[in-house]
Design a protein around this ligand. Structure first.
Ligand SMILES: [Zn+2]
Ligand SMILES: [Zn+2]
Length: 89
């Protein structure tokens, strides 16, 4: 992994052991810190999981290390409460 910061504890990824952190993040728990800048993110629990928003780097979702990283479109998320990056016609 080449992430700058741990999304769980907010410390630099190269510093310390983040095995437990990754385990938490790979399950249902949302990250609390942006992996790019270690800012505290705004986390929202959604019916399909969660979203975590960094004011500089955008929205993170489960299974995605960053915005628009090739997640398959989810028709269940086509509601108006979604985020602007999800544009289903
Ligand atoms: Zn960590
Ligand atoms: Zn960020």
């Amino acid at each position: 992994m080449n992430e700058g910061f741990c999304g769980w504890c907010g410390k630099p990824g190269a510093e310390g052991d983040h095995a437990t952190c990754r385990q938490r993040l790979s399950s249902i728990d949302p990250p609390r810190y942006c992996t790019s800048c270690a800012r505290r993110m705004v986390v929202q629990i959604t019916p399909s999981g969660w979203t975590a928003r960094c004011s500089r780097h955008g929205t993170f979702r489960p299974g995605v290390s960053g915005p628009a990283a090739g997640a398959p479109p989810d028709p269940a998320k086509a509601g108006p409460a979604g985020d602007p990056t999800l544009s289903l016609a």
